[in-house]
Design a protein around this ligand. Structure first.
Ligand SMILES: Cc1ncc(C[n+]2csc(CCOP(=O)(O)OP(=O)(O)O)c2C)c(N)n1
Ligand code: SF4
Ligand SMILES: [Mg+2]
Length: 320
């Protein structure tokens, strides 16, 4: 899934599945014991991430699991890989630096609705437009879980919380609309109870060359119980998936969604809650990783492979 590294890793480890290393088993990706409340939707998200890393045989030393702060952001503790639990809302620029410096790594970024759309909202916008290669998994429970029930940017109007004891009054963020208009090149949505669908969306996101985002509705059983039952058929809800175009010329294909059509994606995003699930948008655009690689190559050609010291000395010489 990755392209040539900007800088080579310090230590080369044997290839998984090769003579010196067995195929990657899911248990190898497990680290520590998750500390979430029993029944929390985040368990299913963790399991799906470990499943795709196992299925894709991504060696643990090629994985970087980064997060902000929140219950959802605990994920890096539970995956055996490089990891970072960063400042609330600030994990995207941190992940971008890792991706640009070591683009042989698969960078996953995890966070909650508060981390992504509230304190980290500004970083989300710029990470999306820059198209730095990483996969951002937003575990949306429509509440601040870790800090024990405050209104979050995705809490619906009327949601009673410690910050809105009489019910939330403000218009919530529409995650799909926000991500599309910010310029993300892969935007998908899923539900933690729909395990196969969620795993498929995360896999597609991880295979995307660019900034990919999956919003996963992940129930906080402690502070927002039943919030996403409306999309859960086992709880009497309606599960509406996006059927993607097959380009097979059939009459029914006309009604299917073209994921490169931004306006069609926005139309789907505007559907009232619980809305649609699947791939809303998927396009190719040069990544910041590629643009920087090209720039470095051109600069090296121009300076005829001079070392950093020689360049510095040359600059000082011109200043004399
Ligand atoms: C700079 C800063 N501001 C506020 C906090 C307090 N805080 C910790 S987690 C959190 C919200 C978490 O909500 P969300 O991102 O939705 O994650 P969840 O716990 O719901 O998974 C807040 C406000 C903090 N740790 N750091
Ligand atoms: S408080 Fe909510 S989000 Fe946090 S671990 Fe418990 S159920 Fe999950
Ligand atoms: Mg939350």
């Amino acid at each position: 899934m990755s392209s040539a590294p900007v800088s080579a890793p310090l230590v080369e480890t044997p290839a998984v599945g090769g003579p010196d290393r067995p195929p990657l088993a899911k248990k190898v990706l497990v680290s520590d014991h998750p500390t979430w409340c029993p029944g929390c939707g985040d368990f299913a998200v963790l399991s799906a991430v470990q499943r795709i890393c196992r299925d894709e045989q991504i060696p643990t030393e090629k994985l970087a699991m980064i997060s902000g702060i929140g219950c959802s952001s605990r994920i890096p503790y539970f995956v055996n890989s490089y990891g970072g639990h960063f400042i609330h809302g600030r994990s995207l620029p941190f992940s971008a630096a890792i991706s640009l410096g070591r683009d042989d790594l698969h960078v996953f970024n995890f966070g909650g609705d508060g981390d992504g759309f509230s304190i980290g909202g500004n970083h989300l916008f710029h990470a999306a437009r820059k198209n730095t290669k990483m996969t951002y998994v937003i575990m949306d429970n429509s509440v601040y879980g870790l800090t024990k029930k405050q209104t979050s940017p995705t809490s619906p109007i009327g949601f009673k919380s410690k910050t809105d004891p009489w019910g939330a009054m403000e218009q919530p963020v529409n995650p799909m609309k926000t991500l599309l208009t910010a310029g993300a090149t892969f935007v998908a949505r899923s539900h933690a109870t729909q395990v196969n669908h969620m795993t498929e969306m995360m896999l597609r996101a991880a295979q995307h060359d660019g900034f990919s985002v999956v919003e996963i509705l992940s129930e906080c059983v402690e502070f927002n119980e039943g919030a996403f039952d409306g999309a859960n058929p086992r709880k009497g809800g309606t599960w509406r998936t996006i059927e993607l175009k097959k380009n097979d010329g059939s009459p029914e294909d006309a009604a299917r969604h073209d994921p490169t059509d931004e306006l069609a994606a926005l139309k789907l995003a505007l559907e009232p809650a619980p809305g649609y699930f699947g791939v809303f948008y998927e396009v190719k655009r040069p990544t910041k990783n590629q643009l920087e690689r090209d720039l470095i190559t051109k600069a090296r050609e121009k300076t005829k492979g001079a070392s950093a010291l020689q360049l510095l000395e040359g600059t000082f010489a011109k200043m004399r």
